[in-house]
Structure formats: C-alpha cells, structure tokens
Write a protein that binds this ligand. Structure first.
Ligand code: ZN
Length: 372
C-alpha cells in the first residue's frame, strides 16, 4: 500500500489540523476503512472550563467519515476521566457512552467513537485504528494466530476477536503494556492499531503493516486458484458499464423504498476476479458473518433474513433491515456494500448464477420500481 503522505501539504499543519489531514488519507483508502469505519486520535493539552491546562484526547466522533472528516468531528475527551477507568475491570456500553458524555470538553457536542477507550487507554500521542481488508483476510480463519506470527514475527501483537467496548480496550492496553517493543497490534477479524510519537508515525505504521500483509497474501496466492478459479469470463469494460447503467436505477429504487441510498459500482480487477469466480457467492459472500466487522455482520444478517422471509430473487429490504439501516451510519454503509456486491454479481451472472445469496438474482428480477 502506497503512503499518501505529502510533505508539501502537511508541513504547514499542526495538532488537530494535522490529524484531520492524516485521517483523510486513511479514509481515502477503501482497503483500510469504509464509510464511518476506523478512527484516529491525538493527545493534546487544552484549557478546561475553569481555564486549567489539562490533557485531552481528540478522537474521531461517531457519525463522521474519515475521508471527509473535519476539526469539528473530533470531540475532546478529558484524559483524567479516561485514565480513571483503568481502575475498573468491566463497563457496559450504555454506561460507557454516558460516562464519556460527561467527560467532553464541549458538553453536548459530538459523541466520541464507541472505540474511544482503545485510544484513551494507550499512552502514545497519536493513534490510527483501521478495519483493513488485508487484516481481515489474514485473520478470518481458524489459524489466525499462526498466520499473523508467520507474517509479522514478534513485531506485531495479535488479539483474538472481541466485540468493541470496554473490555477489548482494556485487553489492548494490557497487551501493549506487556510488549512495549511491539510496533502495532492486530485485532483479529477486526483491524489494526498503530501508534507513534507523531501523527505521521502512526499513519506510516499503518501503511507498513498493510503492505506486509498484502505482500504475504500475494506470495501465498502465487500459482493458486483463487475463489475456486474463474467460472465465467469477465465482460469488456464497455459492456460492464452498459450493464451497470441498466441495472443500477432498478437496484437503487428497490433499496430506496424505506430510505434513499446511493449505489456504487466497482469493476476493479479484484472485484471482477471475485464475482466471476466459482466460489463468488455460494461460499464467500455467505461467509460474511464470520467477520468481526459490524458492517459485514449486518450485511449477512440482512441477506439471511431476506432469504428466509421472501425467498431468492428479491432485493427489497424487509422492515427490520430498513430499521437497522436507519439506525447507524455503519449499517447505512452496509447497504452500499450489499448493493455493490449484488450489482457486480448480477452483471456477471446474467441469470445463470446458482449461488445461494438472493442479492445475486439476475438483473431482470431486480427491483420493483425505479429509484427516486
Ligand atoms: Zn474498529
């Protein structure tokens, strides 16, 4: 993975402005995060409401996207309130959210990320956390620990999957305290945590981590049939685009019944290799639930519910999936993923697909009414 850091652009930036810059670089890389995913932080010193200079964590807030994040999207959380939580062994999500709301520099402002304590419990001045594809590729299997060791040796700590919240934040802090020489930490089936004395160090640490993963994956892929090999040939680019133009309005219309959505089209080499493969839908799309990602879990559950209630062939979301999508930006992003996969697969399958995922129904059966 190529570093997008540009000295000419970054040289005039400091503090929170530099964090905004680096965060947008992370957000620009869809292999690192999708909409709303991942978060970044710095530790700084600011004046509190009484004018005292105090340590403050500036961390990405909920509901913003790294790609377009702004200064206002980084709420300040008083570090003294965060480190006080190190005395505790457990804390529920609701209590944690309520507690952090009382620790804000700007009361009533943007809610800090649910993963705030991942940042606040670490001493490093700058932290980057991503949901990188490469890490999910390395760790979505039952040999994750050995695979990570083989790729990174002792440079990187790997922690078994645990849902985001207080406990995983404690585990990360404890693991890094035990291994102060480690360069980064992988959360299996979840993502990366890199840190540094500067924002640039934390950012470049992520790029290096992912590059090593990508190299290892490419090496392992050599001479092997990926996804069971090609099942059908890939259409020429012009034909792919023509098909997408025909399908996209219907797909968007179907998905927009409860709430308007955007449908993305991606026919990059990786995507076309996947959707034209023998295993595309029947094995891999159905295994999305194995991921620790909220987005992929949601996508899988929506697909399964729809399969059960409506049978294959419909892309109309059921009421529960619509509620889920409306409830959080992360699940809104899911609809984009699902739509993208469905569109890509439909373009390839052209009705001949035998996959078990209803989103892969042929174009002629997709959607009930045009998009609004
Ligand atoms: Zn995360």
């Amino acid at each position: 993975m190529r570093s997008r850091w540009n000295d000419a652009e970054a040289s005039q930036l400091h503090g929170l402005d530099l964090l905004v810059y680096a965060s947008r670089l992370v957000g620009a890389e869809t292999a690192l995060v999708i909409w709303g995913g991942g978060n970044t932080s710095i530790k700084t010193r600011e004046r509190d409401h009484r004018g005292r200079e105090i340590p403050v964590l500036r961390v990405k807030g909920s509901g913003s996207d790294l790609k377009s994040v702004q200064r206002k999207d980084f709420p300040g959380v008083r570090m003294d309130d965060i480190t006080a939580l190190l005395d505790r062994s457990e804390m529920g999500d609701e209590e944690m959210v309520s507690y952090l709301a009382h620790a804000l520099q700007e009361p009533g402002g943007v809610r800090p990320s649910i993963e705030t304590l991942l940042h606040g419990f670490l001493e490093a001045p700058a932290i980057v956390h991503t949901h990188a594809d490469a890490v999910v590729s390395l760790t979505n299997n039952d040999r994750a620990h050995d695979v990570v060791q083989g790729v990174y040796g002792k440079d990187v700590i790997a922690l078994a999957y645990r849902r985001p919240g207080f406990k995983i934040s404690r585990d990360v802090a404890d693991a890094i305290a035990e291994r102060p020489d480690a360069k980064a930490l992988l959360l299996e089936r979840h993502g990366t945590i890199t840190w540094g004395a500067t924002v640039r160090e934390a950012y470049e640490g992520t790029i290096e981590l992912i590059t090593r993963a990508e190299d290892a994956i490419a090496e392992r892929k050599k001479g092997r049939r990926v996804f069971g090999g090609a099942r059908v040939s890939v259409l020429e680019p012009a034909a792919r685009r023509q098909t997408a133009l025909a399908v996209a309005p219907r797909l968007r219309g179907a998905l927009s019944r409860s709430r308007r959505v955007l449908v993305g089209f991606d026919d990059s080499p990786d995507v076309t290799e996947f959707v034209s493969s023998a295993d595309a839908c029947a094995r891999l799309a159905d295994r999305a639930g194995d991921s620790g990602s909220h987005d992929l879990r949601q996508a899988a559950s929506v697909l399964r519910r729809r399969d059960r209630r409506r049978g294959a062939g419909s892309l109309v979301p059921d009421r529960s999936s619509a509620r889920s999508r409306a409830s959080s930006p992360a699940t809104h992003a899911t609809s984009r993923i699902t739509a993208s996969k469905a569109l890509s697969c439909s373009i390839r399958c052209r009705g001949s697909c035998s996959c078990r995922v209803s989103a892969c129904s042929p174009p002629g059966k997709i959607g009930a009414r045009p998009g609004s």
